[in-house]
Design a protein around this ligand. Structure first.
Ligand code: NDP
Ligand code: 2IT
Length: 447
């Protein structure tokens, strides 16, 4: 064992010992550590500064009670979180997730990933994440509003324009950000840049709703282009039917690909003619319906229960845009057998470590989440900048900056992989490029 591999093993063991009940957090750290050895071989000074010991322990982790009244008049209690992971290069930045599965392990894995993702955007934002184990499904608008208001009554103590700027994630979209911002304003005044993903009429950015999905497609096109291929003419399977999936489907089809699926946690639709985004949006955003409703109104679509990754389909590109660990080793093998040449992750950590290993073995081009889905947070940082300037940039300006950011971060991942002796490994490249930026900033600022 070299000094570097010894050090990395100690870090993983420390995390396992300290957080034995946080499997998702351990998984995210494990994925990262597997690729980072060459940096520590080249920079032994990072070992003495214990950069990894500091980067794997959140600077601050806040847990709080969220009590709210349901429509029947009963008080309900949920658990809220905000993990402020690393502020080496800027204020903590990252979304809020409302989903019954949310716990400290989930929020920490997301916050850890966010550190490197945010660094990759090239913009001055640190890493954080938050949320609650609240299930928005089946709740009335009034219940969502009361929950968001109660959540913000506590969260407002911990955030700030130059401290921590939350946004959306699963279960938190424009409606929720509006209610959260409304309560913040009543408590602290109109600080527009305190949240991103806001509505256009009160400080939001054009192209933020589209940013993660569009960015994923700009990244995927760059990855295919690097290998002499294009999205045009390709058949694509997308999972999810939320914010990321919707705009990934729209942009992929604009590039001349056919997206044949969309899914939710109950099932998926297959439409060989290509998913109709306008109808999908109407069902999901206006009616707040299910994928089964889509098949009821689109004659070319068929609905199936279960995971889209178990479907018997032939296709070229897989874009998981739902949730963590949605593709396991068996499902990875299935998609490889189905002819997939590229996987790019719109969701955070959608592939298990075994699935990632299977992609590598099969020579599938693999775009890891922290690079491929960085477009959302990148445009969030552009929204913060517009709010500070009290200006609103045009859709074309923001979308153009987004495309540039995605192409640049892909190119930087390629360059970092080559520099550190793992050419073509876009996961290692993203980890190394993101990490070296944060590590340099931490080192320069002392300890
Ligand atoms: P949404 O809430 O808009 O949509 C989530 C979608 O994923 C829904 O279709 C949902 O189905 C499905 N889903 C959620 N949980 C599960 C589950 N446990 N099993 C199966 N399907 C599930 O969220 P987003 O589109 O914003 O987020 C999707 C992914 O993208 C997440 O991993 C998020 O962290 C990531 N991401 C989001 C960004 C953003 O800007 N919004 C930025 C970068 C990454 P159902 O309705 O049945 O729950
Ligand atoms: O995972 C993510 O990058 C997000 N949910 C978006 C975070 C943000 O601050 O826009």
């Amino acid at each position: 064992m070299t000094q570097a591999t010894d050090y990395l093993a100690t870090i993983q063991a420390t995390v396992a010992k300290r957080d034995p009940h946080q499997p998702e957090f351990q998984e995210a750290v494990g994925n990262f550590l597997k690729t980072i050895t060459p940096v520590f071989e080249a920079h032994p000074e990072y070992i003495k500064a214990n950069i990894l010991g500091r980067i794997t322990e959140p600077e601050r982790a806040i847990q709080f009670q969220v009590a709210w009244q349901d429509d029947a008049g009963n008080m309900q209690v949920n658990r809220g979180f905000r993990v402020q992971f690393n502020s080496a290069i800027g204020p903590y930045k990252g979304g809020l997730r409302f989903h019954p599965s949310v716990n400290l392990s989930i929020v920490k894995f997301l916050g850890f990933e966010q550190i490197f993702k945010n660094a990759l955007t090239g913009l001055p934002i640190g890493g954080g994440k938050g949320g609650a184990d609240f299930n928005p499904k089946g709740k009335s608008d009034a219940e969502i509003m009361r929950f968001c208001q109660s959540f913000m009554i506590e969260l407002q103590r911990h955030i700030g324009l130059d401290l921590d700027v939350p946004a959306g994630d699963i279960g938190v979209g424009g409606r929720e950000v509006g209610y959260l911002y409304g309560m913040y304003k009543r408590l602290r005044g109109a600080e527009r840049g305190i949240l991103t993903g806001k509505g256009l009429s009160y400080g939001g950015s054009l192209a933020r709703p589209e940013a993660t999905g569009y960015g994923l497609i700009y990244y995927t096109e760059a990855m295919l282009k690097e290998n002499g291929k294009r999205l045009a003419g390709k058949k694509i399977v997308v999972s999810g039917a939320g914010n990321v999936a919707t705009y990934a489907i729209e942009k992929a089809q604009a590039y001349g690909a056919t997206v044949i699926t969309a899914s939710d946690s109950n099932g998926y639709v297959v439409d060989p003619t290509g998913i109709d985004v306008a109808r999908l949006r109407r069902i999901k955003e206006v009616q707040r319906g299910r994928m089964s409703d889509y098949a009821d109104v689109v004659p070319t679509a068929t609905y199936y229960e279960g995971s889209v990754w178990d479907a018997d389909l032939t296709y070229d590109v897989a874009l998981p845009c739902a949730t963590q660990n949605e593709i396991d080793a068996t499902q990875a093998k299935r998609l490889i057998d189905a002819g997939v040449i590229a996987v790019a992750e719109g969701a955070n950590m959608p592939s298990t470590p075994e699935a990632i290993a299977a992609y590598a073995q099969a020579g599938v081009y693999y775009g890891p989440a922290k690079a491929a889905n960085a477009g959302g947070v990148a445009v969030s940082a552009l929204e913060m900048s517009q709010d500070s300037r009290r200006m609103s940039d045009s859709f074309e300006t923001v979308d153009g900056q987004l495309k540039q950011i995605m192409e640049t971060l892909f190119a930087q991942s390629v360059a970092a992989a080559a520099e550190y002796g793992v050419p073509g490994d876009y996961m290692a490249g993203a980890n190394i490029a993101g990490f070296t930026k944060v590590a340099d900033a931490m080192f320069a600022q002392g300890w």
